[in-house]
Design a binder for this molecule. Sequence first.
Ligand code: URA
Length: 427
Amino acid sequence: MSTFDAVELIRTKRDGGRLTDAAIDWLIRAYTDGRVSDEQMAAMAMAIFFRGLDGAELSRWTNAMIATGERMDFSSLSRPTVDKHSTGGVGDKITLPLAPLVAACGAAVPQLSGRGLGHTGGTLDKLEAIPGWRASLTNAEMLAQLESVGAVICAAGSGLAPADKKLYALRDVTATVESIPMISASIMSKKIAEGTSSLVLDVKTGAGAFMKTFDDSRALAETMVGIGTAAGVNTVALITDMDAPLGRSAGNGLEVAESIEVLAGGGPADVVELTVALAREMLACAGIDTDPAAVLASGGAMDTWRAMIRAQGGDPEAPLPVARHTEVVAAPADGYLTGMDAMAVGLAAWRLGAGRATQGDPVQAAAGVTWHAGIGDQVRAGQPLFTLHTDTPKRMERGLEALVGAVTVADAPVERRPLVLERISAG
Ligand code: URA
């Protein structure tokens, strides 16, 4: 491999130039191996933040990150593989009912997930609220479960795109996370390395999302679909609303309980709608002609959920943990609920113990927030609006503070904007 001068490459990007394929390969490899320093890569990240990467640079950057680690291979499976990735939102528990639903329809769903940091919870933290459930599987265990059950939700091993792990941590402390090309390369490197044949992206937009504006969300969705397609992964994105939180709960065990309601044929309408919409896209990508709404109604997805939980040591029948302390917040006025600040709800759940401040912190399985009305519902002053849950009484005050002014009550109802705002596919 050729050798480059990191300073020269930073200068090229800083001044608006292009990085060659060989330069990108060298830079990513040398950074991963410690031959390019954090200071130099931080400067490069800032240069990319301002100057961007063009389509060809971006594909190369993503492939170079994939090449620093292992690539999983699911080609021996008898079912087609299809995965979903969400850019994250408050109350977004969709993976939990979605993976078993799509598996019950005949696909294999390899969901390599992470733990939460900040205001949105991680899928693994949620599932760990189930007594006995374990997140770590070997590759062989994962493959066997995909064949027998059809769905696996487990921890992504450190072997996938290690360059991204190092670079993401660096971006986090250098104000360079919010770059569409670098977010796209980061997410897609892990998904492509995971080896799925098809991928459906749920790109959130709105106050509680990573991307606040619709235009930025669309740009992120188009960029990721472009990278996936160029890598031979059949990729589609839905842009979905995240102004208000999803469902009626945010918090680990609380979200598992809500997901089980959905699998049992009930649950909040928005969670059901998004689960079915994403399942339809995933099944279409996988070439499976089955109606997921019918499978959900038949209880087939619940059977797969139980099998999936049991296969990873969990007891699907065990009661979920209940918080030792709860507090209720009442509706401030008579009228219609026209707004609920997803960020405030996420912050409250986090402060109550559902999330972590730094990597490795423990999370409380039972902590979080439930809300008893959704956008458009009529409320009466004094009726219970939120219930806060925590095991640590001293957390309650800060949780309550986060919810001050979190809802808007008006005289006339508003219609919530549609949940699925746009579909992006290649070409
Ligand atoms: N999630 C990722 O995995 N990477 C980013 O850069 C941002 C969000």
